[in-house]
Design a protein around this ligand. Sequence first.
Ligand code: IPM
Ligand code: MN
Length: 349
Amino acid sequence: MYKIAVIPGDGTGPEVVREGLKCLSAAGKKFKFQYEAKEFDFSGRRYLATGKLVEDKDVEELKKYSAIYLGAVGDPEVKPGIIETGVLLKLRFALDQYINLRPVKLYSSAFCPLKDKKPEDIDFVVVRENSEGLYKGMGEFKAKGTEDEVAIQISYNTRKGVERCIRYAFEYCRKRNKKKKLTLCGKTNVLTYAWDLWERTFNAVAKDYPDITTDYAHVDATTMWFVKNPEWFDVIVTDNMFGDIITDLGAMIQGGMGIAAGGNINPQGVSMFEPIGGSAPKYTGKNVINPLAAICAAGMMLENLGEEKAGKAVEQAVIKVANKKLKSLAAGKMGYSTAQVGDLVVENL
Ligand code: IPM
Ligand code: MN
């Protein structure tokens, strides 16, 4: 019996989570696994009403769960940064979800903004370090508010933190068993402390994986290859900030935010799965947002729980619906409502 903590959150989060849970329930019946889902209200809305964010006792409670399923957090009424650091980053850090796993997979050529690219050309996974780097929140102001002001933002990289991420990426690449190629995406030519450590660690760990081909690309060039030759990639490992940036581009080449999902993974602890698109305030409550990203996130959660067949089946159902039914992956243009798309996935399961 799995215990799933559900955080619907803000904006369109609750709408897409509802469809994801529909598919989870259908998958449970078909593949005969049982779970109980409990809702947690961590959101911008709750913050506005109570001033509360995620507290340490909430984290302790969440540690009792098998996985967390998150919709989206962020409310336009709340100043940028508060909900992000107080809910999303708080959970990632406190639960030590040190991997952010973001598959970039084109399900249907019709939705690809790149000319002549087919599903077999766009099928790679970004392993983003999720606990360090610029996200650590280290830095300071000097002479704040004066004309001599200096703002310092530190990228904090530990050998242990970098190594566990790189090792995860090698293991993942081996298990994935496709091109068996791992690309380190960095900036060794300019960021000569952080990327020196990353590169040395990468080369040292690579010795344990002679079956994996290794490669290196600067982050700026990586964005170019995403557009020009996405078929070069299999698994990419990178730091927190670069991973954040390149996966938005990744989402676009796979068809947009409506389909992009990710997992915040603690291989020894509680992991959290989410559509990566955000709370989309302007579509809230209209039943027009695309739930496929959230449904894919539910599929990833199942695979992570060990229900691999069920996870794959959810993904296959999404592929069918995207190819055979939807006019577009964009909100309001799918030709179906949010709830209808959820129903279509269930039918195809
Ligand atoms: C993401 C988001 C978050 C991040 C924000 C909302 C803090 O952009 O999950 O990619 O920067 O990691
Ligand atoms: Mn992002």
